[in-house]
Ligand binder design. Structure first.
Ligand code: FES
Length: 165
């Protein structure tokens, strides 16, 4: 038996099979849902707010979700068995992913990743420029980003080798 589920965002109507696992069904429908534990009910990344769909809570949900979350209909998608029609609301982080993944027509989405790839070439050390690799790299990065940069010891230990690979 198929049941209707409205997924917000992207405000899409899905036909799910009663008895299906909600996390699996959403992923198969192309809804990006973070779930690093692979559906074991341990990472808590697959939280969704349900209205309908399922009224039961599994033991992992009762253990790991707060009283307020349970009272407001939050579930772990990996623990939900689809039973009836309803609505699935994705949390804010999943909303961003969904927007990016669906490229919502006409909506401009500016992505601001924390990690970026920058291609650069450093001048080689010479008799005239005997600064440490980190000093030359930091100067380059500070000039291009126009803000101070810092690093930690593990990177400093590997930097010279990596720059010469
Ligand atoms: S996928 Fe990790 S808790 Fe659901």
């Amino acid at each position: 038996m198929k049941v209707s589920a409205r997924v917000i965002p992207p405000d899409r109507e899905l036909k799910l099979k009663a008895g299906d696992n909600l996390r699996t069904a959403l992923i198969e429908a192309g809804i990006p849902l973070d779930s690093p534990c692979g559906g074991q009910g341990t990472c808590l990344k697959c939280k969704v707010q349900l209205s309908g769909i399922s009224r039961k809570y599994t033991e992992p949900e009762k253990e790991k979700l707060s009283r307020e979350e349970l009272d407001s209909g939050w579930h772990l998608a990996c623990q939900v068995t689809v039973e009836e029609p309803g609505e699935v609301r994705l949390p804010e982080i999943e909303i961003s992913r969904a927007k990016a993944s669906f490229g919502l027509l006409g909506e401009e989405i500016s992505l601001q990743p924390n990690v970026r790839s920058i291609h650069f070439e450093l001048s080689k050390p010479s008799l005239k420029d005997q600064r440490a690799d980190w000093n030359r790299l930091a100067e380059y990065l500070e000039r291009s980003a126009d803000k101070p940069v810092s690093t930690e010891l593990p990177l400093l230990r590997e930097l010279s080798t990596r720059l010469r690979e």
